[in-house]
Design a protein around this ligand. Structure first.
Ligand SMILES: CSC[C@H]1O[C@H](OP(=O)(O)O)[C@H](O)[C@@H]1O
Ligand SMILES: Nc1ncnc2[nH]cnc12
Length: 295
C-alpha cells in the first residue's frame, strides 16, 4: 500500500450526502476487499490539513438499499487506506416529541432489529466476540457533540438509535412499539456498521440528522422519501459544517480503547486458525494471528 493515498479519518455519507465538496486534492481510489467492492470508490482528499476518505454508503447514485449496502467491504476499504476514526452521517426519524425534524443527534446507544445482513468479518475460525456495551467511540462522540453545538441550534448529545431492516418504513404499530420501548431514533443503517467498526478496531460515531417524526405523530405528516429528502436538503449544509468543524479534532492519536478491541476477543486457539484465513484477514487479524504461527 506504500504508494496508495492514505487517510486518517473516514466519513460515510448517508442519504442526501453523496459528496464532500470541501475536500481538496481529491483522488478516487478503487479498493478490492475480500468482501467484494465497497459502495463506491473512496474519495480521498484533504480538509484543514487532515487526510479524509469519503464513501457514500448507498453508492454515488443511491443504488444500494439498506440491506444490500456492502458494509464489510466499506469498513475494510477505510481500514485499508489507514483510517482510524469513522464518522457516519445518517438520516433518522424521531420517536420523541422533543427531538424535532432538523435537529442533530449524536446517539450513544443502538438497538438492532435487522434480520438480513452479514454482521461479522469472522464467519469462519477464528470466533471473535468483541465488546459492544458502549457501541460508540467516546472521543468521536465528544468531538461530534462539540462540533455540532458550534454550528447548529438544536443538538441532542445522546439517544438510542433503533435500526430496522427496511427498506420499507415502519408500520404505525411498530412505530408505537418502538416508542414504548423507549427508543429515540429510527433508521436503517447503524447496524451492522457499529459491529463492524468495532471488529475492525475503528473508532466510530454517528451524526444523525432528524428528518421526520416517523409515523406515530398525530399532527405531523407520515414519513416519506420526499419528506426525508426535503429536510435533508435543508440540513445538508449543517452536516457539512459539522464535518468541517469536527475533522481537525480527529487527527490526533486516539486515547480510547477502540483500537485494541480484538485483543481479548478471539476465542479460537491460534493453532486452529488456518493459514489461508490469517492471510485473507491479515488487515484485521495480523497483529494477533501472524501469518507464520509462532510456537
Ligand atoms: C431515504 S430515506 C431512508 C433511508 O435514509 C436513511 O439512510 P442513511 O442512514 O444512510 O442516511 C435510512 O437509514 C434509510 O436507509
Ligand atoms: N422514519 C424513518 N424510518 C427509518 N429510516 C429513516 N430514515 C429517515 N427517517 C426514517
Amino acid at each position: 500500500m506504500a504508494d496508495e493515498p492514505r487517510a486518517v479519518v473516514g466519513v460515510i455519507g448517508g442519504s442526501g450526502l453523496y459528496k464532500m465538496p470541501y475536500l481538496t486534492d481529491v483522488e478516487e481510489v478503487e479498493i478490492n476487499t475480500p468482501f467484494g467492492p465497497p459502495s463506491a470508490p473512496l474519495a480521498i482528499g484533504t480538509l484543514a490539513g487532515v487526510r479524509v476518505a469519503f464513501l457514500p454508503r448507498h453508492g454515488r447514485h443511491h443504488e444500494y438499499h439498506p440491506s444490500r449496502v456492502p458494509a464489510r467491504a466499506n469498513f475494510w476499504a477505510l481500514k485499508a487506506v489507514g483510517v482510524r476514526r469513522v464518522i457516519s452521517v445518517s438520516a433518522v426519524g424521531s420517536l420523541r416529541e422533543d427531538i424535532h425534524p432538523l435537529d442533530l443527534v449524536v446517539p450513544d446507544q443502538v438497538v438492532d432489529r435487522t434480520v438480513d445482513r452479514p454482521r461479522t468479518f469472522f464467519d469462519t475460525a477464528p470466533v471473535v466476540h468483541v465488546e459492544l456495551a458502549d457501541p460508540f467511540c467516546p472521543e468521536v462522540r465528544a468531538a461530534l457533540i462539540t462540533a455540532a453545538n458550534s454550528v447548529a441550534p438544536r443538538v441532542h448529545s445522546s439517544g438510542t438509535y433503533l435500526c430496522i431492516e427496511g427498506p420499507q418504513f415502519s408500520t404505525r404499530a411498530e412505530s408505537e412499539l418502538h416508542r414504548r420501548w423507549g427508543m429515540d431514533l429510527v433508521g436503517m443503517t447503524a447496524m451492522p456498521e457499529v459491529r463492524l467498526a468495532r471488529e475492525a478496531e475503528l473508532c466510530f460515531g454517528i451524526l444523525a440528522l432528524v428528518t421526520d417524526y416517523d409515523v406515530w405523530h398525530e399532527s405531523a405528516e407520515d414519513v416519506s422519501v420526499a419528506q426525508v429528502i426535503q429536510n435533508l436538503h435543508q440540513n445538508v449544509e449543517t452536516a457539512q459544517a459539522v464535518l468541517r468543524a469536527v475533522i481537525p479534532s480527529l487527527a490526533k492519536e486516539p486515547a480510547c480503547t477502540c483500537g485494541t478491541a480484538l485483543r481479548n476477543a478471539i476465542a479460537t486457539a491460534p493453532e486452529a486458525v488456518l493459514p489461508a484465513t490469517r492471510e485473507r484477514l491479515s488487515l484485521l487479524l495480523g497483529r494477533y494471528l501472524p501469518l507464520e504461527p509462532t510456537g
